[in-house]
Ligand binder design. Sequence first.
Ligand SMILES: [Zn+2]
Length: 479
Amino acid sequence: MCGTRKFFFVSCLLTMLVSGVTAQPYIPGKVYYDSSKWVEFIPGTMPLVISVPHGGSIDLVGIPDRSCPGVVNTTDGRTISLARAIISVFKKNYGVYPSVVICHLKRTKVDMNREIEIATCGNDTMKVPWRFWHEMIDTAIASAVKKFGQTIYIDLHGQGHTKQRLELGYLLSDVQLQASSKSNNDTLYTSTSSLRNLIQDSGGKFKLKDLLTGSNAFGTWMTEDSFPSVPSKQDPYPLSTDPYFDGGYNVELFTSKPKVFGWQIESNNIGVRDNSTSWFSFAEAFSKNMVRYIKTYMNIDLSNPLPLNISGFNVKKENAHLRLEWHTSTELNTAHFTIQHSKDGTSFSDIGTVKAIGSGANGYQFVDKTPNNGINYYRLESVDKDGARTYSAVVSGEWLVVSKQFTVVPNPARDMVILKGNHIASVQVIDNIGRVVKTVTLKNATNPKLSVNGLPAGVYHLQVQTTDGKVSGVGMVKE
Ligand SMILES: [Zn+2]
């Protein structure tokens, strides 16, 4: 929950200037923390940044509970779970997801929706996560604005009021919302609302009143989807007798940045936060209406994503190597492919990269000059220009190394052969269905003699390991 906003942001702006924004590249979908794991940052792939300031449960014994004047210590229960459900539903339905910043500390220790002195009641230890919180939100906003030109910012809370509805806080009081609703002036309070950048950047095309209570207001859409909201067309303003949160420090601070607009969501408990079914049904409506909002007001269509489509990924065995080939059908901002190799099909390591053309449909190939003996597994990691990564299916190819380094005489063999070569550490004799039928351990041997007496007649592969650990092989026929 949030008290009414009281603080001007002069002091916060100064703090922002001091802390700055780190240059570290944040990879979408990865999870970042401060060194104490008190604040979590999940960079996203769309023009939406969500912060969750009051859902934390970490209670630090050594830090006194905040008790300075003006402190509110109520926890917004299960808002972290709600935010995680939102990420998950976005990914599932649209293939994109918002950036999310979460505070895991209890509000009794630090309030991430206040300026730093009230937030920490002067406790220096708590100023560290407070600054990290702001740095991560700034980073997420800057990244979204750079990529999309604009971004939405949502500060996600939970309220305990009797009326079960979403309280959308646009930095406008109940009195102002009522006045706007009853006025013929559809731009009243534009310059004080948290949507002013959206409205101003549209050159006045979008009107505040429509954005609050019109047919295409966010609250109207959520109400239509069974999540009653105020303000909305159906419920344009809270009554003066209704408690109502109109937005707080975070909304005021972050929507004061160029190209950023947004609002606070004070979510009710029943049907939204009370259990996991509610989190996911809220997340379905929220993600659907956010995608619609971004399409309507930012002209960015996320509803029909064209995920990079890789087809025909295959492995071909050639004379001295394995060749990988693949095609793309819908490249969009793809930077490169990292080719990953595995011996077991589960644990992969990078073996090379291929630069992507970056748009349209293209064909690529990569040659693995040093495949392992036996089955080789490959997958492609497609890396977008913004660092987002997706993975192809795993393909495999079998490779039996034939080396000119070793020869077997005589070949065909009867009882005994000489394996001509140096630095031999071991030899495995493998039959034509892949079974190891004989293992000989040697010590840096040169031209060792091997008994093949007793082996059934047939074709064999001698897998030779040298003292440097490399494995290669040579064919042998037993008569
Ligand atoms: Zn709150």
